[in-house]
Structure formats: C-alpha cells, structure tokens
Design a protein around this ligand. Structure first.
Ligand code: SAM
Length: 190
C-alpha cells in the first residue's frame, strides 16, 4: 500500500518541520512514545516540552527518556497543555517549530481521563501565538470514546474558522474505514 496510515503520516509531517536544534511540544505525553520520537529529532541542541495531567504519564515518559539517555533535552510538566504559554520559558516563545497532540485517553490507562475540547483549543491558540511562522501542529483525533465526537466536532469547527492569513489547515482521513478510525488535522502557521 502506498498511502501513509495515520501515525506514519503524522511523523512524516513532523519530520519535515523539526530539525536539529528545534524547540517542540508534546502536548499529551501518555507513555512518552511521541516525546521519544521528538527528542531524537531535535538532537542534542534542541528542546522538547511535554505535558500531561496524569502524574504516572509524566513518570512513565520520564523513565523512557532517561533509558534512552535523552533527559538533557526534555522538560516535562505535570499540568494541562492549556498552561503551555505560562510554563514554557519566554526565551523560547516565538521559536517553537512543531507540536503534537495525541487526543483521547491513554491506552491501558483510565479511559475516563480524556482530552477536552476547550483545553485542547486553548492550547492550540496559545501555540499559534508562540510558534514560528511555518510551525506545524499535528492533532491526532480519536473520536470513538465518550466525549470524543464532541471534541472532534469542536476542533473541526475551530479549525475551519481559522483565518487563512493565520494558518492553513489540512484534514487527513480515510473516509471509508469503519469503527471511528482516527484522523489528523495539521495546522501550519502562516
Ligand atoms: N502521546 C502518547 C503516547 O505516545 O503514549 C499518548 C497520549 S494519550 C492518547 C492522551 C493523554 O492526554 C493522556 O495521557 C491524558 O492524561 C492526557 N491529557 C488529557 N488532558 C490533558 C491536558 N489538558 N493536557 C495535557 N495532557 C492531557
């Protein structure tokens, strides 16, 4: 098959935007797999800021990063991504080149702890303020769980009304898959 599936597509887009030395955000740490991916992309001189409201997600991510000896380039926050403009140091505002949101609940974790439309949108708005032009935000949207459809619809509504002079938005989705298969929104700051 030639078409990229959802997660490889997300990684390909991020690989285009993120270089050695980049400053990036993992907005939903979970088990830290995306953080590890980002930490390798940014290299020794880059920085990854990671967020999760669940302490054990922060601990699991921290352990993963430590095992790979990448702790020097990663800072994790046990707080919601809707606070990112307050906790990311001001010297990195205006320098962020990429961000990923893997929405929904943590697989294998508490399925009632899910990302929410208002806080997700607040974080995206803040990122649009503090990213470089051409900065990329990838949102992987899962919508089969309780609350998932509401978050999907809110994000689609929010993204459709972003002015073109602010950002362009791409939707990448297989439209004939069953079982609420995930899809992607990519926001590129103008
Ligand atoms: N990227 C992760 C990985 O590689 O394992 C998977 C992320 S999981 C689908 C979603 C995560 O978002 C959960 O760990 C959940 O605790 C977290 N979350 C929910 N609301 C959040 C918020 N407001 N800010 C940051 N993280 C949040």
């Amino acid at each position: 098959m030639y078409l990229d599936q959802i997660l490889p597509f997300a990684k390909n887009v991020l690989e285009k935007a993120i270089k050695k030395g980049s400053i990036v955000v993992d907005a939903t740490l979970g088990n830290g797999y995306d953080t590890l991916f980002l930490a390798n992309l940014v290299g020794e001189t880059g920085k990854v800021y990671g967020f999760d409201i669940q302490e054990h997600a922060v601990i699991a991510s921290n352990e993963r990063i430590h095992q790979h000896k990448l702790s020097n380039r990663v800072t994790l926050f046990n707080c919601g991504h809707e606070n990112l403009n307050q906790v990311i140091p001001v010297e990195h505002h205006g320098k962020i080149t990429g961000a990923i949101f893997n929405l929904g609940y943590l697989p294998g974790g508490d399925k009632t702890i899910v990302t929410k439309p208002n806080t997700t949108i607040a974080a995206v708005e803040q990122l649009l303020e503090i990213m470089v032009p051409t900065g990329i935000i990838v949102l992987v949207i899962y919508h089969g769980h309780p609350g998932g459809a509401e978050e999907r619809d809110s994000l689609l509504h929010f993204c459709k009304q972003i002015e073109q002079k602010t950002a362009q938005v791409l939707q990448y989705q297989f439209i004939n898959q069953k079982n609420h298969s995930p899809f992607i929104l990519v926001i590129e700051k103008s």
